[in-house]
Design a protein around this ligand. Sequence first.
Ligand code: TTP
Ligand code: MG
Length: 369
Amino acid sequence: MDERTRAILHIDLDAFYASIEQRDHPEYRGKPVIVGGSPDRRGVVATASYEARKFGVHSAMPSRTAQRLCPDAIFLPARFEVYRAVSQQIMTIFRQQTALVEPLSLDEAYLDVTDAVRTLEEAVRLAQEIKQQIWGQTQLTASAGVSYCKFLAKIASDAHKPDGLTVIPQEEASAFLEALPIEKFFGVGKVTTAKLRELGIQTGADLKHMGEERLRDLFGKHGGQLYRYACGVDDRPVEPVRERKSVGKEVTLERDIRDRSEMERILENLALQVERRLAELGIAGKTLRLKVRWSTFELVTRASSREQGFQLAQEMLPILRTLLSELVDGKRAVRLLGVTVSSLVSPNEMRRARQIVMPSLWHDEHVQV
Ligand code: TTP
Ligand code: MG
């Protein structure tokens, strides 16, 4: 390979939780399967099999809505332990090819395979080989993207799902990006999309024409990054080990708000996302932190710790409400809200702590200190 050109793969399993359920329950194959919370208990969809997606069902949708769209869907609870075990299998397959593996979640990772290949064609062959190994060892399909940077590799893996393999060579990147709708650009959320649409910006070509300065004026640092992506420039390295110190979610609001009940609704949503991530990782945390950015951009945080830890949204919410009431006075408007759990511990440690702190929740015979 050219000295400065990298070969980056992004590999992402198809309908991950749902495919595992169909693999383990052959009677569900070819049928609409939804993994997630139950429709009767205000649950949300974690993911849906491609058969269910045809009806418009997607991740994060209320399960009740999903049931209305697809009345024949089979609803199943998540089995995180099984998903984590499969995740370890695929990460092992990746690490046999290169030490430069950066997992993004249980079912996806970036691989820098620059040193393993001489040409981009070889990188494509390697991606094919990895897909076959995944199929051979797990009976699951993955989609792969191959390019010279992370951003394009990720977009490529999404381009022909399921079981896809898409390559975006450097010489085709410019044409590809010009035609790309703005919402496909990495990190372009709903707020940014709406703002850009208002300005008549639809594609990568429009972004490029806007110019770096204008994008920076509108979106700050993020605008600069957006411009570089639109030009096909993404130098971010694949970072193999990232020791996790916290699990958090935050949201910049579409408009500044003062209403406390609206803030609480947003916090509930954030807490549910943190709960999901903790469950995926199989961890819990002892410290819960609320982050608030005022409309003046000033940032404040408040934290609370407890020995028995935080794992479920319903455990976080009462504390978050208290922390919120310490900060919010109804006068100042809020621009951003965030929820983070840190001082992470394994569930075993946590279980032990819970048995000590909350013995009333356990039958006597289960109390083992
Ligand atoms: P994704 O890779 O985003 O989705 P997917 O693998 O189900 O489908 P595909 O990649 O083919 O589009 O997420 C991986 C898993 O993470 C998914 O199977 C379930 C879980 N998940 C949630 O629990 N909630 C969510 O909102 C999302 C996006 C994913
Ligand atoms: Mg996936």
